[in-house]
Each structure stands twice: as structure tokens, then as C-alpha cells.
Design a protein around this ligand. Structure first.
Ligand code: NAP
Length: 281
């Protein structure tokens, strides 16, 4: 039987701490920390994410500047907006909600966000600094995972860590963070041979593939720490993770639930990154 890693409780604790730090910052500097959120189009999931981010900002005392452009927005209009935010003194962080409509060049638009305001940590400069173990802004989801490990006294040093998934926003930065924390890291993906055996060798298994209940108990070592980043729907349309939680929890020493695990940490780390960006400015 495993210990549940309670992301919701940790997120609440970190947000309360952040609220105090942000209030002290505003008092000292005589201004509010600002996060600009740019949404283009009507994607319902993106609208929910943006609403949640704005609400979370309000909770901790970050001022949000919200921009909603129509789905048919022209490339130059989006670029002009992001450039304006890049040079605005009131804005400490800029977040362009992805995915952008297909006719827009997302890479080009994201490149307009200065690395110091790139609170998603997606820019080549931030990713490069992370890879070189230098000061950087770290992608929110993997950063949140590291905070969870820290909170539960799980030190990756010397451990065998397997990251399942190699996306730019989760898998790769996760692997780099674990390397920087002295773990021995293996990254797996859809072309990995003998995935089951590789996963079963992990002391720490982080799963981010987007396949409902993909990781079964036979892929998990007895006593492993299992972090489930996935946000999927099961056969009944119920929210679940990439890990077969009910069975894997019997084998793992620590495990994150879905919902209530990594999810609440992601937005919290966005707030944290915005605070850090403001403090470094
Ligand atoms: P992604 O960009 O779609 O990448 C998925 C990765 O998983 C790819 O590297 C892919 O391999 C690998 N993969 C897919 N099927 C596989 C299989 N059968 N065996 C081995 N590897 C496989 O996904 P993502 O953006 O990283 O997101 C992953 C999951 O995390 C999704 O469920 C997403 O909703 C969730 N997520 C949650 C949060 C949160 O806050 N909780 C944040 C971000 C993402 P290839 O590279 O070979 O294609």
C-alpha cells in the first residue's frame, strides 16, 4: 500500500506561501506583479484553462491582463500584441495559451516572448539554461513534480528514474530536472523497445504519455515512486491518468492520484514562475 502524494494540498500550501511573498513584493515595490494571458480562438478546453489561471492569479494577488483574440486573428495582430506585452513594464510574465489556431505560426509568436517573461519556460534560452543546470524558468508541470518529490522527502540522487514520454513541455524538461537532481535517467517513448522491463527497473517512474491507465502493475517495481502526469478519460468518460492507479498503488511506495495530483501543481508553478520573473526583473 502506497502513500498518496497530495498535489491539491501541496498546491494550497504553496499558494498560501506565495500570497504572502507577493504581498510583501507589492508593498516593497509599490506595484502589483502582472501576468498577461493571451488566448486566440474559441477552443473550450483552452478557455477553461485560461479562466482557471486568471482565477488562480487573483487568489494570490497577481494582476492578470487577459487578451482574447478571435479565431481568425491575423498573425501580425497576435505578434503586435505579444511584442507590446514584451515591452510593458506592468507585465512580468506572458503566457500564450496553446494550441494556437493552425493558420498561426506558434513558434514565431512564442519567440517574441522575452526569456525573462517566459513563465511557461518553453523558450530555447530557458530550456538551454535548464539543460546546462543554470538559472532558468522551468516548465510548470515538471517543476511541480520536483516540488512534490521534495515535499515528500524523495531525493532522486543516485536513483534510477524513468520518464515515460519525451514532449518538450513535460518529458524532456522532467528528464533534465531529474538529471540535475543526480538521478540516473532513462527517457522512453513510443519507439522504446521492451518498455515494460525498462519501466520495471525504475525507482522513480514519471509517466506523461496521454494514454489512459497505460502503466499497469507489472510495469512497476515494488516500492517505486510513481508520478502520473496524464490527464485522460477512461471508458466511462471519467477523468483518469496514464497509470492504472487502483492496481499500481498496491505496489508503489508513493503515488500521485488523478485528479488531485500533478494537475493542481501545474498552475501553482505558473504563479510561482511569475513571482520569480518579477523578483528577478
Ligand atoms: P505529447 O506531447 O502527446 O507526448 C506524448 C509522449 O508520450 C510522446 O513522447 C510519445 O512518444 C509518448 N507516447 C505516446 N504513446 C506511447 C506509448 N504507447 N508508449 C510509449 N510512449 C508513448 O503529450 P504531453 O503534452 O507530454 O502530455 C502527456 C500527458 O500529460 C497528457 O495526458 C496530457 O494531458 C498530460 N498533461 C498534464 C498536465 C498536468 O498539468 N497534469 C500538463 C501537461 C500535460 P513519441 O515521442 O515517440 O511520439
Amino acid at each position: 500500500m502506497s502513500t498518496l502524494i497530495d498535489g491539491k494540498a501541496l498546491a494550497a500550501k504553496l499558494r498560501a506561501e506565495l500570497k504572502e511573498k507577493i504581498a510583501a513584493f507589492s508593498e516593497e515595490k509599490g506595484r502589483q506583479i502582472g501576468l498577461a494571458v493571451v488566448l486566440v480562438g474559441e477552443d473550450p478546453a483552452s478557455q477553461v484553462y485560461v479562466r482557471n489561471k486568471i482565477k488562480a492569479c487573483e487568489e494570490v494577488g497577481i494582476r492578470s491582463y487577459s487578451y482574447h483574440l478571435p479565431a481568425a486573428a491575423q498573425e501580425q495582430d497576435v505578434e503586435a500584441l505579444v511584442s507590446e506585452l514584451a515591452s510593458s513594464d506592468n507585465v512580468d510574465g506572458i503566457l500564450v495559451q496553446l494550441p494556437l489556431p493552425k493558420h498561426l505560426d506558434a513558434e514565431k509568436i512564442l519567440r517574441l516572448i522575452p526569456p525573462a517573461k517566459d513563465v511557461d519556460g518553453f523558450s530555447a534560452e530557458n530550456v538551454g539554461n535548464l539543460a546546462m543546470h543554470r538559472e532558468s524558468i522551468v516548465a510548470c508541470t515538471p517543476f511541480g513534480v520536483m516540488k512534490m518529490l521534495e515535499e515528500y522527502g524523495i531525493d532522486p540522487k543516485g536513483k534510477s528514474a524513468v520518464v515515460l514520454g519525451r514532449s518538450n513541455i513535460v518529458g524532456k524538461p522532467m528528464a533534465m530536472l531529474l538529471i540535475n537532481a543526480d538521478a540516473t535517467v532513462t527517457v522512453c517513448h513510443s519507439k522504446t523497445r521492451d518498455l515494460k522491463a525498462v519501466c520495471a527497473g525504475a525507482d522513480i517512474l514519471v509517466v506523461a504519455i496521454g494514454r489512459a491507465k497505460f502503466v499497469t502493475a507489472d510495469m512497476v517495481k515494488e516500492g517505486a515512486v510513481v508520478i502520473d502526469v496524464g490527464m485522460d478519460r477512461d471508458e466511462n468518460g471519467k477523468l483518469c491518468g496514464d497509470v492504472d492507479f487502483e492496481n499500481v498503488k498496491e505496489k508503489a511506495s508513493f503515488i500521485t492520484p488523478v485528479p488531485g495530483g500533478v494537475g493542481p501543481m501545474t498552475i501553482t508553478m505558473l504563479l510561482y514562475n511569475t513571482y520569480i520573473a518579477a523578483a528577478r526583473r
